[in-house]
Design a protein around this ligand. Structure first.
Ligand code: BGC
Length: 433
């Protein structure tokens, strides 16, 4: 969970593989070469994700969410329009997530209709010449999963792998790259260097989770990136490994990885704690990524670290709508680090800026793509660049305030309006084709 609490404050079974026939990649329409894309995530754009854990948190009174997600961008019904926009920009990749809460709204009850729904998205992307990058866990999980203790439940990795198996059996052939977890290190990133670990935020989350447990008639309720980050790290890593195995059991050559929240960390002074930070916030995930097919990175800013810990941006620095330092070249630097630390190819699964000033977004994209060019020229094996986000969408705790989109969405009619920055991005991509 991120956003509202702003990225800096917390920003945010049995696997039935043996039963599954191994399926080949749908290669015919796969576009080779560098992936240029735009991203969304189910809960943030689909609307009415009523069986999910976060939906319940949004309904609490009081709730730390500024507003509920409601209909979001109604992409549950308008996803073809979204895909058409991606295509119209000349991109060759669309990243989206499959919502576990829709596919398995009650434990063990799988929805064929929603599996078909997401499979249709994958197929349609392929038909349109777009590589579908599919995320299995983009912060949300089914409400029942949270009410059983989320990632603190010993069954969690197997439950997640069972879900991954169902997804794989229905659509693995068409997926370009599968991302198991989106930013499983986000809370660690937000808490690092804070004393005590972000006390007020933690207390607020605890109150929220206690109220949610009560609403479910459970004694527990746990969601990603809002609980005990240390306690769930190992289970999440098991979940990643088991989900990857489930996906690979169905399609052995499906590229699988996870995506980390990864700012461009920069040392200030000689005694900087930067390496300590890297070990604590990324270390175990980078270790896991070493045996993955790629490492996904999600970069929004740089983070200065001195001998004491995090340092504020320099006086006079330009900022974004969510308070990050405006620093477009961060993404290229983060890609270099991710490759150096893992030896794996790097897929930028998110990079973007919250701003009401679209000219700032245009400058940001120009700077970000220049830093990607430079990293590539230095030999960093980059797989692709996926901009966050395609649409102005539900930014978690901040609701519909921050504007990350290349495309504006009318909150009442859901009409999509392509911004000048989308066209600028399209031109910059075309120039590199
Ligand atoms: C998340 C997105 C979020 C974005 C901007 C990332 O933390 O993956 O869901 O909207 O950053 O805050």
């Amino acid at each position: 969970m991120s956003g509202g609490i702003s990225r800096r404050a917390f920003l945010d079974g049995a696997v039935g593989a043996s039963a599954a026939a191994a399926i080949p990649a749908r290669a015919a329409s796969a576009k080779p070469g560098f992936l240029w894309g735009a991203a969304t995530a189910g809960h943030q754009v689909e609307g009415n994700n009523v069986s999910s854990d976060i939906w319940l948190l949004e309904q609490l009174k009081p709730s730390p969410f500024k507003e509920p997600s409601g209909d979001a961008c109604d992409s549950l019904h308008r996803w073809r329009e979204d895909v058409a926009i991606v295509r119209s920009l000349g991109l060759n990749c669309y990243r989206f997530s499959v919502e576990w809460a829709r596919i398995e709204p009650e434990p063990g009850q799988f929805s064929q209709a929603f599996l078909d729904h997401y499979a249709a998205m994958v197929d349609h992307c392929r038909d349109q010449g777009l590589a579908p990058v599919v995320t299995l866990s983009h912060f949300t999980a089914p409400r029942w999963f949270a009410a059983r203790g989320g990632w603190q439940n010993p069954d969690a990795p197997a439950l997640f792998a069972r879900f991954a198996d169902r997804v794989a059996r229905r659509m693995a052939g068409g997926i370009s790259h599968a991302v198991t977890f989106n930013e499983p290190n986000l809370q660690k990133l937000g808490e690092w260097g804070k004393t005590p670990k972000n006390g007020a935020t933690r207390a607020m989350f605890e109150t929220m989770l206690t109220a949610a447990a009560r609403a479910c008639g459970s004694d527990r309720f746990a969601v990603l990136n809002a609980g005990d980050a240390e306690a769930v790290m190992q289970p999440i890593l098991f979940g990643h490994a088991q989900a990857k195995a489930a996906l690979k059991a169905v399609r052995g050559n499906l590229p699988v990885g996870l995506s980390l929240a990864l700012p461009d960390d920069q040392a200030v002074g000689r005694e900087s704690r930067i390496e300590e930070k890297r070990r604590a916030v990324y270390g175990p995930f980078l270790d896991a990524a070493r045996t993955d097919d790629f490492i996904g990175i999600q970069t929004y800013n740089r983070a200065l670290v001195d001998a004491k810990g995090p340092v504020a941006a320099p006086a006079g620095a330009e900022h974004t709508q969510t308070g990050d330092e405006y620093y477009p070249q961060a993404v290229g630097n983060a890609a270099r680090y991710a490759h150096r630390a893992t030896g794996r190819p790097v897929l930028v699964t998110e990079n973007g800026i919250a701003t009401e000033d679209d000219t700032q977004r245009i400058r940001f994209i120009e700077g970000a793509l220049a830093s990607i060019d430079a990293a590539k020229a230095d030999g960093v094996p980059l797989v692709g660049y996926i901009h966050w986000s395609l649409l102005d969408n539900f930014e978690w705790l901040s609701g519909y305030g921050p504007k990350f989109g290349l495309v504006a969405v009318d909150r009442t009619t859901f009409k999509r309006t392509t911004k000048p920055s989308a066209r600028a991005y399209a031109r910059l991509v075309a120039a590199r084709a």
